[in-house]
Design a protein around this ligand. Structure first.
Ligand code: BGC
Length: 453
């Protein structure tokens, strides 16, 4: 009896002292490490796979979706007068003309809070100031779980009030991202719903909940990116069993999303279209255009579908000064070449060939070992700021879709969502779970921003 007690006392301090650092892991499926956090941070559940120590001071960082500033930002719009009326005009107009024109873009308090918490943990004054300035650049908010959907109501209410007080109507930018069997060709972003377990009905309910929030605020325009990677996977990855198994469900779900959002009249949708190094290979262009066009037609040619979003969460340049050697063999070596090559095939099949292009993390080029490397690419910098001054009549706006600093995927090989891309030598490590805050990666994005912050 005596001996075990001594042994227990001997190991007790190890448990008592074990703490995860700020932004370290503190829980989640299969986690055996510390479950308490360093002082100044609180263990917060991100998803069933991951709990993270988030700073408890300032605005608190992610996880709760609250706090932070709620100001707006205008992207430059040459030749587009902004409204001067005292109350914003209704956004319920047909999908004609650039939907970004004449609007201010809402700054999501969730990202602002993540950035504020990150900046509070940067000691160098210059870097800290640069980091803080990122909170004023509009990024999209990802609705990657159904539990986050009520936050949309808060943002829309806030945006509606801002639009009324400034006289310029507002845009709220969202990513619809909760398909069952999500991320079928990879592991890092596998989602909460599975096809085998009522996934399609759960997804329809998720869409219904988004719709219910948006319906309350017809004066706010919503720009929605629909389901990153999903249709691109159906173009090139049907050899992956999870993708071929998901094909019918993905199509039914995306169709449902487009149709329900379309009815609202104030939501402009852009379907995700991968990037130059994926659907931009010459052999993939026609099959891609055919898939987008046939889905669009079978959904009843919804008039608020504006076009496609490219390079979401990827690292390609819109217009590279010279081809990165890793793009060899593909004449569409950057997003503008990809878009120019895809547009005619879309136009001839009746799909609206307008684009938005994510440049949030594309500031530094020629840093990948292979074009297919997508996970937390080491040495990345923030890229061109959102603007409607895109240099191409096909492109409505350069946007920041992936919130810079949120992780692409964990480098912990024992996680159920570990994808080997996140363990490659050009992937920044150690990396936390997808969607959670990756402080070191964020600091690099800040310091290597191009143009500089
Ligand atoms: C993650 C999502 C996250 C999104 C934006 C994705 O890779 O799976 O959870 O919301 O990135 O950071």
């Amino acid at each position: 009896m005596f001996t075990p007690l001594v042994a227990l006392l001997a190991i007790l301090p190890a448990f008592v002292n074990a703490q995860s650092p700020v932004w370290g892991q503190c829980g989640g499926q299969g986690w055996t490490g510390a479950t308490t956090c360093a002082s100044g941070s609180v263990c917060t559940v991100s998803n069933p796979y991951y709990s993270q120590c988030l700073p408890s001071t300032g605005n608190g960082g992610g996880g709760g979706g609250g706090g932070g500033t709620t100001t707006s930002s205008t992207v430059s719009q040459p030749g587009q007068p902004t409204s001067t009326s005292s109350s914003p005009t209704t956004s319920s107009t047909p999908a004609a003309g650039n939907p970004f024109a004449g609007h201010n873009i809402y700054l999501t308090p969730f990202y602002a809070a993540e950035v504020a918490a990150a900046a509070a943990n940067i000691s160098d004054a210059t870097t800290k100031a640069k980091a803080l300035s990122v909170a004023k650049i509009p990024t999209f908010t990802w609705f990657d779980t159904v539990s986050k959907v009520p936050d949309l109501g808060t943002y829309l209410a806030d945006a509606s009030a801002q639009g009324k007080s400034s006289g310029t109507p507002m845009i709220v930018q969202i990513v619809v991202y909760d398909l069952p069997d999500r991320d079928c060709a990879a592991l890092a972003s596998n989602g909460e719903f599975s096809i085998a377990n009522n996934g399609q009905a759960n997804y329809f309910n998720y869409i219904d909940q988004l719709v219910a929030q948006i319906k309350k605020f017809p004066d706010v325009r919503v720009i929605a990116v629909i389901e990153p990677d999903s249709l691109a996977n159906l173009v090139t990855n049907l050899n992956v069993q999870k993708c071929s198994n998901a094909q019918t469900t993905y199509l039914a779900c995306v169709t449902y999303a487009l149709q329900q959002l379309n009815k609202l009249g104030n939501v402009y949708s852009y379907l995700d279209a991968g990037h130059a190094g994926w659907l931009g290979w010459p052999a993939n262009l026609t099959p891609a255009a055919q898939l987008f066009a046939s889905l669009f037609k079978s959904a009843g040619s919804p008039n608020m579908v504006r076009g496609l979003a490219t390079n979401v969460a990827n690292y390609n340049a819109l217009s590279a000064s010279s081809p990165d050697p890793i793009t060899q063999g593909n004449s569409n070596y950057d997003e503008i070449h990809y878009i120019n090559a895809l547009a005619p095939a879309l136009q001839s099949s009746g799909f609206p060939a307008h684009f938005i292009v994510d440049q949030g993390r594309s500031g530094v080029q020629n840093i990948r070992q292979q074009w297919g490397d997508w996970c937390n690419v080491k040495g990345s910098g923030f890229g061109t700021r959102p603007t409607t001054n895109t240099g191409s009549s096909l492109i409505d706006s350069i946007v920041w879709v992936k919130p810079g600093g949120e992780c692409d995927g964990t480098s912990n090989s024992s996680s159920p969502r570990y994808d080997s891309h996140c363990g490659l030598s050009d992937a920044d490590q150690p990396a936390p779970e997808a969607g959670t805050w990756f402080q070191e990666f964020f600091v690099t994005l800040v310091t290597k921003a191009n143009p500089p912050l």
